[in-house]
Design a protein around this ligand. Structure first.
Ligand code: SF4
Ligand code: SF4
Length: 395
């Protein structure tokens, strides 16, 4: 087995490569993996069939011969307002939507994978014996959160996410699965790591769709992240109003979490909101333009800018994208997962919830756009646009 000092060495190399946290855990079975089976049996995963992949039941299933998992975390908490802290837009302002913080910048899968491969290369220089290693960044049959908990990175909160005492929950997780037999970061006596949620239940109470059936258990079929990203068909009518103006994911159960209140922000440019000029070329906001913004300043900037941004994006812009624009704009972005149809569907639902009034500047343009979309050959888009019209048009 690798020594304790090997593990400390790996953790410090990971930090040199830019990871905020790193821990090592043996590839065993953990109680949460059993609970996941029960969760799946209750149907809470909805259409996410990849979660039923039997290889997810243990580390061994994910990668035969595996002995250890190295879990690394990257802070993506950019210094822009929370979804719960954005002031109401003026009545005649253009309706805007919310994209989950994790999807504002570059595709986290790629950012993580690049660093994980660098760490793997460093391991190959350090360990003399031959070994196999595989890199996952939310890309393989592994419940990263569960392994992260037992690697000492935090605890699984009532909102089901991994929470770290210092960084909160704004962290991406990636893993190196390896045949190296490494010494764990946490000693047996320190397991399981303490749950610091205490009597708090803010996330449960704040969820607009009541997706938590009980603390620590989410019915993903009700979660806005599932509805706007994973679900391919129409968003169920009874949940549409609660989706609000979310167009890709939802941050509410993280935004209200006290552990995120003082979470440090990241200076990493790649996680800042992408912006797009009229030619739809990507550009990144200069740090002096966007750092340290108050929520009112940020909102004002979003309203005044002629550029489009993934921070409070204009719903009309999103709803009007065609498939070619979508592919070009969201290349290298996690948003491509919802596909063009999903994003336009979501933008229609958000417009229906936008409370735009006939006196608003963009009202006529938006109703015309929705009328056009209501004749789309795509039945999901057409029906979502009709629903939106029924909500904002004077009868
Ligand atoms: S992401 Fe939003 S909808 Fe999903 S559980 Fe959290 S608060 Fe509820
Ligand atoms: S909001 Fe409260 S209960 Fe929910 S994850 Fe955060 S600390 Fe835990």
């Amino acid at each position: 087995m690798g020594t304790w000092s090997d593990t400390v060495w790996i953790e410090s190399r990971a930090k040199e490569l830019g990871f905020d946290l790193c821990g090592v855990v043996p590839a065993g079975k953990f109680p949460e993996l059993e609970h996941t089976e029960e969760w799946l049996a209750r149907g809470y995963a909805g259409e996410m069939q990849y979660l039923s992949d039997p290889r997810r039941r243990s580390g061994e299933g994910a990668f035969p011969g595996i002995r250890s998992v190295i879990i690394c975390a990257l802070n993506y908490n950019t210094d822009l307002p929370k979804s719960t802290g954005v002031p109401h837009l003026p009545q005649n302002a253009e309706p805007r939507g919310w994209i989950s913080r994790y999807a504002w910048g570059d595709d986290y899968h790629e950012v993580l994978k690049e660093r994980l491969h660098e760490l793997t290369a460093v391991l190959r220089e350090h360990f003399i014996e031959p070994f196999e290693a595989r890199v996952y960044a939310d890309t393989g049959p592994l419940h990263e959160r569960i392994f992260a908990k037992y690697a000492g990175l935090g605890w699984l909160g009532k909102n089901t996410l991994l929470l770290n005492q210092r960084l909160g929950s704004w962290i991406f997780l990636g893993a190196i699965l390896t045949t190296l037999d490494l010494s764990p970061s946490l000693e047996e006596s320190a397991l399981p790591p303490p749950d610091l949620c205490g009597s708090c239940r803010r996330c449960i109470d704040a969820c607009p769709t009541q997706a938590f059936v009980e603390p620590y258990v989410m019915d993903a079929r009700r979660c806005i992240s599932y509805l706007t990203i994973e679900l391919r068909g129409p968003i169920p009518e009874e949940l549409r109003e609660s989706v609000g103006t979310h167009v890709f994911g939802c941050d509410i159960c993280q935004d209200v979490c006290p552990w995120n209140r003082r979470a440090p922000t990241t200076p990493r440019e790649e996680f800042r909101p992408r912006t797009f000029g009229s030619s739809a070329e990507t550009a990144r906001p200069k740090s002096e333009e966007s750092s340290g913004l108050s929520s009112r300043q940020a909102q004002q900037d979003a309203s005044d800018s002629s550029e489009e941004s993934l921070f409070l994006p204009r719903l009309e812009w999103l709803a009007a994208l065609d498939e070619t624009d979508f592919r070009r704009i969201f290349r290298g972005s996690a948003i491509k997962r919802t596909k063009w149809r999903g994003l336009v569907r979501n933008a229609c639902i958000a417009l229906g919830n936008s409370e735009i009034q006939p006196g608003a500047r963009a009202y006529h343009r938006i109703t015309e756009l929705l009328q056009r979309l209501s004749t789309s050959q795509d039945s999901v888009i057409a029906e979502s646009a009709l629903w939106a019209l029924s909500r904002i048009q004077i009868q």
